[in-house]
Write a protein that binds this ligand. Structure first.
Ligand code: GLC
Length: 738
């Protein structure tokens, strides 16, 4: 072993011997490494490349210390070879950070993140992220580009699939759960660095068109888009990714205000900031940089540490430092952030993986069980006239393009999901109801056009009940996949209409990457179960739900629109000066109505002012009632905790789980405040007939916001509070903050 590496190793061991990974130890080790690095090696740590094919294609650059991280290699043999080149053939032996998009599972695929959010179950989501980390790290992946925290209020945006929906509080709880799950509550060889993304405001793309500009003013940025990221930083997220969008003309990758001043300055984030794929280079497309050197300079000035696939840092930084355009101290700051992650992950001690052990971890029974439970809890019952749960003994027609679609059921961002492991609804139903299932697909895939369904109709006549599995192919949501029409694609609605005409009870199950506009389809089915692409075990989960072995408990993490023309529509909107108050709809407007006869308020003449289903909505096979909602006081001080007590009763005939939600409204503020904001939720399981008195604490400090003067705090005044099963139900109780 060369002297330099020996010296480095001794330095590291010396530091490690002082036990643990205390911050001071980590920083000591980082400084020991940094002081030995040349400028070229430092810049090499700031360079992330996507690899593929032969390892030898990248050997030279790795040996020369020009690569800090690789992404998109998951063959464990090749990952070990990449690490060996870095650890044993480069001058200082600094290991690589091996990255991959492990977004909702590695091999065992969980529901897409929007589905995970519908569980309102942070503990279960953390378990799922832990499973993803166990499988991914076993194959050498130690950095995932997840969780995505982009608040999404427009379902035309394909990446609504990847986030936790429209609410900052739910988003923050899901973010914390995934950070803890990926990284582990204590760091060890199964820890995978989380990457909170896309910083910031990417989900506000104008028109729901991916990569489009956003226009998020300071108050909205501070009160809606930033809080989930701040929560994730507090949870210890090791890395963060800048977003593609320009907000008010400034691309995030060059936005010093959000990255350096807020993220690092105000929040004290000392993790690694990586660009999105070539987002540094795209500052030229934005017209924010004239050329790559200028883009590089702006990214460094903003506080970016690592360049994903622009080759900007590796191509220009050394010369820019020599010319004095960038200070070496700026490079040192970035390299410290990179090295800190590598030290925290223990990569210097354990750079290699055990390939045999890694293979044994994949698809472990307990992993599949966690994915199964997540898929069960993520499904939302939108309608049920009593046909569900299915009675035993029925002849069942299974139909629709998503009934046996092992690839599409996994959803978007499943690079390492294997459709051969998917259990589809058809397979699960054939096992659950042996000899009772007839299968006629009707449509081979979601986009298929067809105007005659005689074969399906004929089969329906031989059945007692029809289960239609509809939705979107995986490719129709996710990155760059925005839609201007959110109706069921192809001839799926026509299929449902034809089935309805048979007079047989029809149950529609929709698997999609977003809330589609399914109002007209609801009229053509007796029940509808909505499942955001449920992953590997979606089939058994849906079979259990339809059979009633499990009672649906999912709640909408986003608003379901009646029509795409209502977008954007979300529950936590401002009141406006002219809130809707029941004015006439198109169908009721008399002829020659006077110009102002309808009343001038904020609504659509044709589709009104309300969505199809509100945020937080979801039915059950039982019913719940809320009563005796009360607060421990009528007036609170800023450092109090509001104690909310209520009685929740299961008023139906079977056990069930309800997600009780607590919303608050600040009636008057220095800026207009939302009509409602989620401040707490709790999953409560009750036996038939059981009722329970529940108390939830709401810190008054959680009512703080950034007001007109830009200061953060709780403003005294009158408030309303709701406890209900969704964001549109219940009656408020009042309280004052002094
Ligand atoms: C993509 C995505 C980002 C992902 C990265 C690496 O363009 O925007 O979310 O993590 O590139 O695949």
């Amino acid at each position: 072993m060369k002297t330099s590496r020996l010296v480095l190793l001794i330095a590291i061991i010396a530091a490690v011997v002082s036990c643990g990974q205390r911050k001071s130890d980590v920083d000591t080790r980082v400084e020991n490494i940094l002081r030995q690095m040349t400028l070229s090696e430092k810049i090499g740590q700031m360079n992330q490349i996507s690899v593929g094919g032969e390892v030898s294609n990248y050997a030279g650059a790795i040996r020369d210390g020009q690569v800090g991280s690789i992404l998109n290699e998951v063959d464990p043999v090749k990952v070990n070879e990449y690490q060996r080149l870095a650890v044993e053939e480069s001058r200082l032996g600094i290991p690589l950070l091996v990255a991959r998009d492990v977004i909702h599972g590695f091999h065992t695929i969980f529901p897409i993140p929007l589905g995970l959010a519908a569980t309102f179950d942070p503990q279960l989501v953390e378990e799922g992220a832990r499973v993803a980390a166990l499988e991914a790290t076993a194959q050498g992946v130690r950095w995932t580009f997840s969780p995505m925290l982009d608040i999404a209020r427009d379902p035309r945006w394909g990446r609504i699939a990847e986030g936790s929906g429209e609410d900052p509080y739910l988003d923050a709880r899901m973010a914390e759960a995934m950070v803890y799950g990926y990284q582990g509550r204590t760091a060890d060889s199964t820890s995978m660095a989380a990457c909170i993304k896309h910083f910031v405001g990417y989900g506000a793309a104008e028109g729901g068109r991916d990569y489009n500009s956003t226009l998020i003013p300071e108050h909205l940025l501070r009160n809606v888009y930033l809080p989930p990221f701040e929560a994730a930083v507090k949870a210890g997220a090791m890395t963060l990714m800048t977003s593609f969008n320009d907000n008010d003309g400034i691309p995030s990758t060059g936005n010093k205000y959000v990255v350096k001043d807020i993220l690092r300055g105000e929040w004290g984030f000392d993790g690694l900031v990586v660009t999105d794929w070539n987002s540094m280079g795209e500052m030229i497309n934005h017209g924010f940089a004239a050329d790559r050197p200028e883009a590089v300079k702006k990214a460094v000035a903003a506080g970016v540490d690592m360049d994903m696939m622009t080759y900007g840092f590796i191509g220009h930084l050394e010369e820019m430092v020599r010319r004095g355009e960038v200070k070496e101290s700026q490079i040192d700051a970035a390299v410290r952030d990179v090295l800190r992650v590598k030290v925290k992950l223990g990569l210097f001690e354990h750079p290699y993986i055990n390939i045999e052990e890694g293979a044994a971890v994949q698809y472990a029974p307990e992993h599949l069980a966690a994915a199964h439970k997540s898929a069960e809890e993520s499904a939302i019952l939108l309608k049920n006239d009593g046909v569900l749960p299915l009675k035993d003994g029925l002849r069942i027609l299974v139909t629709g393009p998503m009934a046996d679609a092992p690839h599409d059921q996994l959803g978007t961002w499943t690079f390492d999901g294997e459709k051969s492991h998917t259990v589809t609804p058809l397979k699960a139903l054939e096992e659950r109801f042996p000899g009772k299932v007839i299968y006629v697909p009707g449509l081979a895939y979601s986009r298929q056009e067809r105007d005659n369904f005689s074969d399906v109709v004929a089969a329906a006549r031989r059945a007692d009940v029809v289960l239609a599995f509809l939705g979107e192919e995986a490719i129709l949501s996710g990155e760059a996949h925005s839609l201007a029409d959110l109706n069921l694609i192809g001839s799926q609605s026509e299929l449902l209409k034809a089935l309805k005409a048979t007079g047989k009870p029809v149950v529609a199950t929709v698997m999609a990457g977003r809330p589609l506009t399914i109002e007209r389809d609801l009229e053509n089915c007796s029940a509808m179960l909505y499942s955001f692409h449920p992953g590997t075990m979606g089939g058994p989960a849906l079979a259990n739900l339809l059979a009633g072995d499990v009672n649906p408990s999912g709640k909408a993490p986003v608003t379901f629109l009646r029509t795409v023309g209502q977008a954007p529509m979300y529950y936590n909107h401002n009141m406006t000066g002219r809130p809707y108050s029941g004015e006439l709809l198109m169908k009721d407007i008399p002829l020659e109505a006077g110009q102002t006869s309808l009343g001038n308020t904020s609504y659509y003449l044709d589709y009104g002012a309300y969505p199809l289903f509100p945020f937080g909505f979801g039915l059950s096979y039982t019913t719940f009632s809320y009563s005796n909602i009360g607060l421990d006081k009528e007036e609170y001080k800023a450092n109090d905790t509001i104690s909310v007590t209520f009685t929740l009763a299961n008023t139906g005939s079977r056990e069930g789980t309800e997600v009780a939600q607590v919303y608050v409204r600040d009636l008057v503020g220095s800026i207009a405040r939302p009509v409602k904001e989620l401040k707490a939720f709790e999953r409560v399981s009750l036996a038939a007939g059981e009722s329970r008195t529940i108390t939830i604490g709401i810190p008054v400090s959680s009512l703080a916001f950034y007001g007109l003067d830009g200061k953060y705090g709780v403003e005294p005044g009158s408030f309303q509070l709701w406890v209900a099963g969704d964001s549109a139900s219940g009656e408020p109780v009042e309280f004052e903050v002094l």
